[in-house]
Ligand binder design. Structure first.
Ligand code: GDP
Ligand code: IMO
Ligand code: MG
Length: 435
């Protein structure tokens, strides 16, 4: 069985963690390949709720190898806290966790820059980053002069390198924010030497490990972080994250050939959410949005910020399903829609009086997009106990059918609650529902 991937098709938080945990049962290896501790993936196992930022959601299944590949940016203190949290709760984290020596490291200057730069956006709306230093670390990776990879931790030159970088960063930070407290290179070097020692047993060449899996055709699951609309190249730029969080990021981030990944599962919420700034055409800044937030408990896993909520946007998600080469769709949080007076799906935008179904490439056009909604019948029943499609009210089936039709992909999973058991394996082909 070759590689599979799980990709968020919206602006993140589509419940990728839950789906990855479920699919891990059929895989030997689970790989995070982009992003960093900006991600917050929730897995619920019985009474236990795990919130994972850097460690793959496969970690809760014994015997599975979890890989953090070279495309991820690592905040050492966060990953060590996560390892400690898991061990405290009886989850094994040892030989089963491999971290790439190619992964870039987040330092205190990255988090400082993230704060200063996001606050000083010149033309109005901030990106509203998670302030985890993600963008500045990726920028330094591409810039090379000020970058440190995990493998550099185990070379003699690290302290000297940190000293040189801190000298430059103190100057640039002071220029951006006069009076800012300078960073102490020696203290950072000492702190990071401790992290290096604690992480050492996990740090390997994960590319070589994964290429062996490719050669031996092992079942590997790639866990996307963020969502495709936050992709740095194909999302709602500049209101995006700094990595390729759509399906196209898998091969580059993990270091495997693209054709190894033969099954791409797109994850969507039954509605839409977004955290941070940027256009969101179907946003409901009203009672409907508040009802979705309350019923879906829509508060950021990482930052606890209230998530912006709105109707399902089929223009945006059809675009991301196509970009990601998505084969099948998992519809999550269907239960949250129970009891709404009616349901709406955006099927086109009107931009300057013109009706479009292609997702606009420029954020200014997206800002002017007025959603064209189709109204569907709602249902009042609590569906969280449904285990088969036939347990769902007809209006819920009709809603799923319409999503499948608009995305031109089959719906293969339906989630009706955070727990593992609250999942319907659906597998109804889109072709069957196209009249
Ligand atoms: P991720 O970042 O894509 O992994 O998603 P998050 O974990 O940030 O957010 C998804 C939230 O929805 C988590 O709190 C999950 O426990 C929860 N969740 C997952 N599936 C369902 C579902 O079907 N229904 C409800 N009500 N909650 C769900
Ligand atoms: P998961 O994996 C939702 C958003 C931030 C901000 C923008 C840029 O849990 O789905 P960054 O800190 O990455 O530079 O912030 O991206 N963002 C997310 N939103 N879920 C995430 O991850 C996110 N990771 C980043 O809110 O708007
Ligand atoms: Mg999340």
């Amino acid at each position: 069985m070759p590689g599979s991937c799980v990709i968020g098709l919206q602006w993140g938080d589509e419940a990728k963690g839950k789906l990855v945990d479920l699919l891990t049962e059929q895989h030997e290896v689970v790989v995070r390949y982009q992003g960093g501790a900006n991600a917050g993936h929730t897995v619920v196992v019985g009474d236990e709720i795990y919130k994972l930022s850097l460690i793959p959601s496969g970690i809760l299944r014994p015997g599975v190898k979890c890989v953090i590949a070279g495309g991820v940016v690592i905040h050492p203190a966060t990953i060590l806290e996560e390892i400690a949290m898991l061990r405290d709760r009886g989850v094994e984290v040892g030989e089963n966790l491999l971290i790439s020596d190619r992964a870039h490291v987040i330092f205190p200057w990255h988090t400082a820059e993230d704060r200063v730069l996001d606050e000083s956006t010149a033309d109005g709306e901030n990106i509203g980053t998670t302030q985890r230093g993600i963008g500045p670390c990726y920028r330094d990776k591409v810039g090379r002069a000020h970058a440190v990879r995990l493998g550099d931790f185990y070379r003699d030159s690290l302290a000297g390198r940190i000293e040189r970088i801190v000298a430059a960063k103190n100057e640039s930070l002071a220029a951006l924010r006069p009076g800012i407290e300078p960073l102490d290179a020696a203290a950072i070097a000492r702190e990071y030497a401790e992290y290096a020692a604690e992480l050492e047993r996990h740090v390997v060449d994960t590319t070589s490990f994964l290429l062996d899996c490719v050669d031996r055709d092992r079942p590997v699951l790639f866990e996307g972080a963020q969502g495709s609309l936050l992709d740095v190249d194909h999302g709602t730029y500049p209101f995006v994250t700094s990595s390729n969080s759509s399906g196209i990021g898998v091969a580059a981030g993990a270091g495997v050939p693209p054709r190894f990944v033969q099954r791409a599962i797109g994850v969507i919420k039954a509605y839409s959410t977004r955290v941070g700034g940027g256009p969101f055409p179907t946003e409901q800044d009203n009672d409907i949005g508040r009802q979705l937030r309350d019923q879906g408990n829509e508060y950021g896993t990482v930052t606890r910020r209230p998530r912006r909520c709105g109707w399902f946007d089929a223009v945006a998600t059809r675009y991301t399903a196509r970009i990601g080469g998505i084969d099948e769709v998992a519809v999550m949080l269907l239960d949250v829609l129970s009891g709404l007076p009616e349901l709406k799906i955006c099927t086109a935008y009107e931009i300057d009086g013109r009706r479009v179904t292609d997702f606009p490439s420029h954020v200014d056009d997206l800002r002017r997009a007025v959603p064209v909604f189709e109204t569907l019948e709602s249902w009042d029943e609590d569906v969280s106990g449904a285990r088969e499609l036939s347990d769902l009210p007809p209006a819920a089936c009709a809603y799923l059918d319409r999503l499948s039709e608009l995305l031109e992909r089959p719906v293969s999973f339906v989630s009706v609650g955070p727990e593992r058991a609250q999942t319907i394996i659906a597998n109804f082909p889109a072709a069957a529902s196209l009249a």
